[in-house]
Design a protein around this ligand. Structure first.
Ligand code: SF4
Length: 345
C-alpha cells in the first residue's frame, strides 16, 4: 500500500462553497487575555519560569482557516495544546461556542472534546503502530457515542473515503502506509466524531513537498464540504499563503499582526512580519530583498521589556524599550502592534 490515494470526488464542492460562505462572521472560538506560564529546569538545575503565551487574544470565525505563523519557540504549539487543555492556562479565557471551557464541567468538557480535534505534525507517532486502522478509527466512536457496531462500521468506511483512501486500508497497520497516507489516516481519525473545529499543528511539515500539496488540497476540500473551521499552525509561509483565509503573526507568545491572507502577504506592516516574508523566496512572484534580523529569538524565560521585538528590530525607537505597543487598526480586518503606526505613542 505505497501509492498515494486520490483526492475525494470534488463534483459538489462548488455548490457547497456557495452555501458555506454565509456563516463566516460567526465566532466559533474566542481566546481572551490568555497567559500560559510553566516552570522548567534550566542549566545548573535552576528552575525558571517560561512565559510561553502572553496575554493573547484571538477569535476564530466559523468556516475559516486562521493560520498562526512564527518561528520555532514563539509559543504556537503551546497555544494549540492549551486550547485543547493539554496544557494548563495560567490565566485568561478560552470560549468555544459561548462557553468558557476553562471552567467547564466534566460533561461540557466531553462535549467540547468531541467537537474539537487535532492533527499532529508526525502522523506516525500519533497513530498506534500495534492497532489496525479500523481499530484506531473505532476507538473514539466506542468511547464517545452509543452507536451500534453496524453503525460504527458504516461511519468508519464513510470517513476513510472522505480522505481519499479505500476501505482496504482499514485492515492494515500504520507501517504499511506512506507518510502522506498516514497523514490522511490521522485526518480521518480527526473527522471520525464529526467535529466542527480542527487544530492542525504543522500538519504537512514532516511530508515531502509534492505530498504536502495533496494534503493541503485535501484539507481545503474537507473544510468546504463539511463546513469545518481550522486553526492552522505552521512556520511555512508558502503553505499558509495557499491554505488560509486570515493570518496571525506570533512573536514571543503574542500576536503582533493579524489580517486577511491578502493583507499580510501583500501589505505587511510589522517589521517582524516583513522580515519573515522576506525570507521566503519569490513568495509574491518577486525576488524580495532579504531582511536579516540581528540576534536570535530571546528566551521565553527572559522576555524583553517594552515591545518584545525591540532587541531585533531595525526601526527600534527609545519608546519601544519602555512601553508595549497596543493594537493599531490598519483596516477593519487588519491590525498591527507597533509604534511606527501609532500617532500618539
Ligand atoms: Fe520595532 Fe518599535 Fe515597532 Fe517594536 S514597536 S516593532 S521595536 S518599531
Amino acid at each position: 500500500m505505497k501509492e498515494e490515494g486520490k483526492l475525494p470526488n470534488q463534483g459538489n464542492v462548488i455548490k457547497i462553497l456557495m452555501i458555506n460562505t454565509n456563516n463566516m462572521d460567526e465566532t466559533l472560538l474566542e481566546i481572551k487575555n490568555l497567559t500560559v506560564q510553566y516552570k522548567s529546569q534550566g542549566m545548573l538545575g535552576l528552575v525558571q519560569l517560561v512565559h510561553a503565551v502572553n496575554n493573547l487574544s484571538l477569535s476564530v470565525k466559523k468556516g475559516e482557516i486562521l493560520a498562526i505563523a512564527g518561528e520555532s519557540g514563539c509559543g504556537k504549539s503551546t497555544l494549540a495544546k492549551t486550547i485543547l487543555l493539554l496544557e494548563n492556562p495560567t490565566s485568561g479565557e478560552i470560549i468555544f461556542k459561548g462557553n468558557n471551557i476553562i471552567s467547564a464541567n466534566k460533561s461540557e468538557l466531553k462535549n467540547f472534546r468531541k467537537q474539537v480535534q487535532m492533527i499532529f505534525q508526525n502522523p506516525y507517532s500519533s497513530l498506534n503502530p500495534k492497532m489496525k486502522i479500523y481499530d484506531t478509527l473505532k476507538e473514539p466512536l466506542k468511547i464517545n457515542t452509543n452507536l451500534s457496531n453496524k453503525e460504527i462500521d458504516e461511519v468508519i468506511k464513510k470517513t476513510i473515503k472522505k480522505t481519499g483512501l479505500s476501505e482496504e486500508c482499514l485492515n492494515l497497520y500504520p507501517h504499511e502506509f506512506s507518510g502522506g497516507q498516514r497523514q490522511r489516516i490521522a485526518i480521518a481519525r480527526s473527522l471520525i466524531l464529526n467535529p466542527e473545529f480542527i487544530l492542525a499543528d504543522e500538519p504537512v511539515s514532516a511530508l515531502d513537498v509534492s505530498i504536502q500539496a495533496q494534503i493541503i488540497n485535501l484539507l481545503k476540500t474537507l473544510k468546504q464540504q463539511y463546513n469545518l473551521t481550522f486553526l492552522f499552525i505552521s512556520h511555512d509561509l508558502s503553505v499558509i499563503k495557499h491554505i488560509s483565509d486570515r493570518v496571525a503573526i506570533m512573536y514571543l507568545g503574542e500576536i503582533v499582526e493579524l489580517g486577511s491572507t491578502n493583507e499580510i502577504f501583500h501589505s505587511p506592516k510589522h517589521p517582524y512580519t516583513k522580515a519573515l516574508l522576506s525570507s521566503v523566496p519569490k513568495i509574491n512572484g518577486n525576488n524580495h530583498k532579504k531582511i536579516i534580523l540581528e540576534g536570535d529569538l530571546p528566551s521565553p524565560t527572559d522576555l524583553p521589556i517594552g515591545c518584545k521585538f525591540h532587541t531585533r528590530c531595525p526601526y527600534c525607537m527609545p519608546i519601544c524599550r519602555k512601553k508595549t505597543p497596543n493594537e493599531k487598526n490598519i483596516s477593519n480586518t487588519h491590525y498591527v502592534k507597533c509604534f511606527l503606526y501609532d500617532e500618539n505613542p
